[in-house]
Design a protein around this ligand. Structure first.
Ligand code: NAP
Length: 287
């Protein structure tokens, strides 16, 4: 599905450039040297180039002050050749990441973390929506999975996955119209909640947390977890592990996403889709 989405995006970019217009331009701002961020940004750049986008990485030393970084963001906000930009987290401790997030023009906030986008998404208005939950919604839509009246259980309540997917699934829309239960570390009966679920979204970062006895027959299981665990059989010495015990849970499901694969590649596509919309001065959902 992610490959098909990328083909569709590439075709739209080609239609733009064939008319002599510039391709979408995504900028990633990286402060300091975080291994995880480097890998993410390299992957993002690869995806951008694959669909014909312009991709720029703006790197700053970790000694940059908050004011200097805010000035750089202001430049990006006012640069007509930049359609969207993302600030790689985590930022060094001396920089207030919330202040930085709020300094981004919400019309260029393709990560969907600005409070204006968060608020618009919550009240059902077109908005840049965070890539991971948006990717899950796209999967449900493209596989034509019924959601209306279904009981969805979300495990995890982070601002980037749990809260937004819960909000999206409860919207009066398709995919949506679910009755949503959100579980977290203070939920005493997660097993029981999951057993009643038609749709389980596991986003807690605990490898293999969702076991076969927690899943009812025919459920849809979406595994967001990506935890790196040691694996001496791999050349790298480790592998990515999801939050679901895939081998034992899969036989009970009508649909299940694997890790790696599944949600991760869709997440990458949504960042591209958001940037394409920004290039057209639109918000996703306005076309
Ligand atoms: P996070 O900020 O660490 O949040 C984890 C959430 O899970 C928190 O709400 C936490 O509860 C809850 N939780 C943790 N342990 C729990 C337990 N034993 N029982 C019940 N709830 C528990 O993580 P995140 O950023 O949302 O990411 C979650 C996972 O998804 C991670 O593995 C991450 O790598 C992965 N991820 C994947 C993608 C992708 O593109 N595939 C994108 C983003 C994240 P409290 O709030 O009570 O602490």
């Amino acid at each position: 599905m992610a490959a098909r989405l990328k083909e569709e995006i590439a075709a739209e970019v080609k239609a733009l450039t064939d008319k002599g217009e510039r391709p979408p331009h995504l900028v990633a701002v990286i402060v300091g040297h975080d291994g995880g961020s480097e890998a993410y940004v390299a992957n993002k750049e690869k995806n951008c180039l694959a669909v014909g986008f312009k991709s720029t990485n703006l790197r700053f030393d970790e000694t940059i002050t908050e004011e200097e970084l805010l000035a750089e963001i202001d430049k990006l906000n006012n640069d007509p050749e930049v359609d969207g930009f993302i600030i790689q987290m985590p930022l060094p401790r001396h920089i207030d990441s919330q202040r930085v997030t709020e300094a981004i023009s919400w019309r260029k906030d393709v990560d969907g973390f600005h409070p204006v986008n968060v608020g618009r998404m919550n009240i059902g208005l077109p908005a840049f929506r965070p890539a991971t939950p948006s990717g899950i919604i796209e999967l449900l839509k493209r596989y034509e999975i019924p959601t209306k009246g279904k009981h969805a259980v979300v495990i995890g309540r982070s601002n980037i996955v749990g809260k937004p997917i819960a909000s999206m699934l409860m919207q009066k829309a398709y995919p949506g119209d679910c009755t949503v239960t959100v579980c977290h570390s203070a939920t005493p009966d997660i097993k029981e909640q999951c057993r009643r679920a038609d749709i389980i979204i596991a986003a807690l970062g605990r490898p293999g947390f969702v076991t076969e006895d927690m899943v009812k027959e025919g459920a849809v299981v979406i595994d967001v977890g990506t935890t790196r665990v040691p694996d001496p059989t791999k050349k790298s010495g480790s592998r990515l592990c999801g939050d679901v015990d895939f081998d034992n849970v899969a036989p009970k499901c009508s649909y299940i996403t694997p890790v790696p694969g599944g949600v991760g590649p869709m997440t990458n596509c949504i960042l591209l889709l958001n940037t394409l919309a920004a290039r057209k001065s639109l918000l996703p959902g306005e076309e």
